[in-house]
Write a protein that binds this ligand. Structure first.
Ligand SMILES: [Zn+2]
Length: 149
């Protein structure tokens, strides 16, 4: 992989995990220019966004898996009645599968929210959706002869 064409800008971008969606548009121009000319930072940016999207995808799948588990447990009698009885402070506390699945669901949702806050994945995905929408509209509106000339 080629090294960065401007290590100063490269270091700044690296500390932001190559996410410039949070900075003002006039400041962004310089960094966008750097992404255009620097293959190193461009590929790093792509890698980081891929990781972000993978994380949000995994936590989304985890939420769906726990929802499914809760639904299955709710409908299957033996699973619903299955429980671990714990003896805490001379009291019996029953931990049911339903409670375990609920706890798992809560943790997954918490992870999802943390990932959505900590990474630009939502901005990135929204941007991709908008770009696709605009692309579709442009290709509908523009006659095909536009680029000939
Ligand atoms: Zn660079």
């Amino acid at each position: 992989m080629k090294s960065c064409t401007d290590p100063v800008i490269g270091d700044i971008l690296s500390s932001w995990r190559y996410d410039i969606s949070g900075i003002s548009p006039e400041m962004r121009t310089d960094y966008e220019g750097h992404f255009v000319e620097c293959a190193h930072c461009r590929s790093r940016q792509r890698l980081h966004r891929t990781v972000d999207v993978a994380l949000i995808a995994i936590s989304t799948l985890s939420i769906l898996a726990f929802l499914l588990a809760i639904a299955v447990i709710h409908h299957v009698e033996p699973l619903r009645n299955w429980a671990i009885i714990m003896h805490l402070d001379h009291r019996d506390v029953a931990l049911t599968l339903q409670m375990a699945a609920m706890a798992g669901l809560l943790v997954s949702m918490l992870c999802w929210v943390l990932i959505a806050i900590a990474t630009p994945a939502p901005v990135y995905l929204t941007g991709m959706a908008q770009a696709r929408f605009l692309h579709d509209r442009l290709s509908d509106d523009q006659p095909r002869t536009r680029n000939i000339a």
